[in-house]
Write a protein that binds this ligand. Sequence first.
Ligand SMILES: [Mg+2]
Length: 225
Amino acid sequence: MLKVIVFDFDGTLTQNRKGSNCWQEVWKSIDELSYDDFLYQKYARHEIDIKQWFDLVIERFKEKNVELKNLHNIAKTIKLLPGVYQTFKHLHDGGVKIFVLSGGIRQIIDKVFKRAKVDKFITSIQTYDLIFDSHGKLTGYTHPNHDLENKNQYIEQLKQKYNLKSSEILFVGNGANDEAVCLSGVDTLCINPDGTDFSNKSIWHNAIENCENLTQIIKYCDKNG
Ligand SMILES: [Mg+2]
């Protein structure tokens, strides 16, 4: 029986955002996408680790005066996939706990969920927090207590915390940064794939190549129930 569902955010719960995510929206808003790519390449070549990457990102955001209002403006441009409210309500009413596990930015994700009035259905959101002072100026960030690039670690924590079997958890994602989830042994569902091989059954147990409405996932949840 399904007890917990974990959703990725960017491209899974949002629409028309292939190849983009919260971070890239911030880079775009300050016209610095090339610097984002420069840092990514450094990370990919192992010249910097994830913490150094984040430190450099925050440094640049500060130089470019990224403020809380920038993130709130970005949140206004992000639309959830149709059917998120109905799906979350259906799951929540059925006693399934909803978690969001994203490599994105909390201040953006929170706003998007609040506007859609779906925040009340969510047990917890695990993502990166930027820190702002009382004037909305960026001062730093909080790194979560595990690596969001390895999402299986968080799933393992959830299993322990709620004493769950793998078969009681479903993960719904869309991208390459979700692939590690399969290592945790939980059921995985790929929707609107972006940069991942959704036909690889060892990574994705099920897939909906074109998910236009999130209610399309319900049969995979109920099948588990
Ligand atoms: Mg994604």
